[in-house]
Design a binder for this molecule. Structure first.
Ligand SMILES: Cc1ncc(C[n+]2csc(CCOP(=O)(O)OP(=O)(O)O)c2C)c(N)n1
Ligand SMILES: [Mg+2]
Length: 297
């Protein structure tokens, strides 16, 4: 990691920020380079869940671009110091997508990429759902859906109380939005005019046992968030340029939180997993891993 000069007129906090990962090299990445990273994340997801023999590949694959844009373009963070107090926070509310978070954290250097092979093993730091007490870079222990937005709101309010300028990003599943707590959090965030908070909904249209339109219709989802007092931006969740622009636009929104509805495809990138409900919570077998990795070359 390159470092900016340590000018004596700067405070140590300034220097900390100058050393932050995203402010130095990541922001210079092209869209093509970020697409290559998203593909690497997908390869990790396939390999990890295939080796573990369990996991949730579909909802990991749908959000590969979302986390790539955040970790490699938007977030102010420092992999060498995961607890850095001025870091932007990324909170994975849909905790079953833990392999995706582990993959991007490893690619950023929070821990070795080789460690990804330990997913779901006894004593591994990389459990099937996130555990903030063991994994560097993980902000919230998750797995019970519906809680991340409230947690993120608390973190955002804490930043405001402490006069810190970090921003908080929380990733929700669309099926997760069936949970009442999501809407309690949405209502409170707008009430308190929390503008350092961005919620991204991975709008892949499916949840554990079917299409959302059949299980619990969410539409019109954008109007629901707007009615709760949020600024809403809709994007193609696989388009890194659109995602990056949306995150930049959200920084300019004052007096209200921003919701980004990212239209995605569950299982994106692997032909036989795309929109296939089977791969919500089923790992690919050895043969499927081989085919998937070929498709992701
Ligand atoms: C409170 C709670 N209820 C049920 C589950 C079981 N569950 C795990 S994943 C899932 C579906 C989630 O769908 P969505 O949020 O759309 O996730 P994605 O499609 O991105 O995988 C459910 C119901 C859970 N983890 N937590
Ligand atoms: Mg979904």
């Amino acid at each position: 990691m390159s470092k900016l000069s340590n000018s004596s007129s700067k405070t140590s906090a300034d220097n900390n920020k100058a050393e932050a990962f995203s402010s130095v090299e990541a922001k210079t990445l092209s869209i093509g380079e970020m697409e290559a990273i998203a593909k690497r994340l997908r390869r990790h997801i396939i390999t990890m869940t295939g080796k573990a023999g369990s996991g949730h590949p579909g909802g990991c694959l749908s959000a590969a671009e979302i986390v790539t844009a955040l970790y490699f373009k938007i977030l102010r963070h420092k992999p060498s110091d995961p607890q850095w107090s001025d870091r932007d926070r990324f909170i994975l509310s849909k905790g079953h997508a833990a392999p995706l978070l582990y993959a991007v954290l490893a690619e950023c250097g929070y821990f070795p990429v080789d460690e990804l092979a330990t997913l779901r093993q006894l004593d591994s730091r990389l459990q099937g759902h996130t555990d903030r007490t063991v994994t560097p870079g993980v902000e919230m222990s998750a797995g019970s859906l519906g809680q991340g937005l409230s947690f993120a709101l608390g973190v955002a309010l804490a930043g405001r109380l402490n006069s810190q300028d970090y921003r908080v990003y929380v990733l929700l599943g669309d099926g997760e939005c069936d949970e009442g707590q999501v809407w309690e959090g949405a209502m409170a965030a707008a009430h308190f005019k929390v503008d350092n908070l961005v919620a991204i909904v991975d709008n892949n249209g499916q949840q554990i046992d079917g299409w959302n339109r059949d299980v619990m219709n969410l539409e019109p989802l954008n109007k629901k968030w707007q009615a709760f007092g949020w600024h809403v931006i809709e994007v193609d969740g696989h388009d890194l340029a659109q995602l990056t622009l949306a995150f930049e636009q959200a920084k300019l929104v004052k007096g209200q939180p921003t919701g980004i509805i990212a239209h995605t495809i569950k299982g994106k990138g692997v032909s036989f997993m795309e929109n296939n409900l089977d791969f919500h919570g089923k790992a690919p077998n050895a043969e499927e891993v081989e085919i998937a990795l070929k498709e992701l070359e």
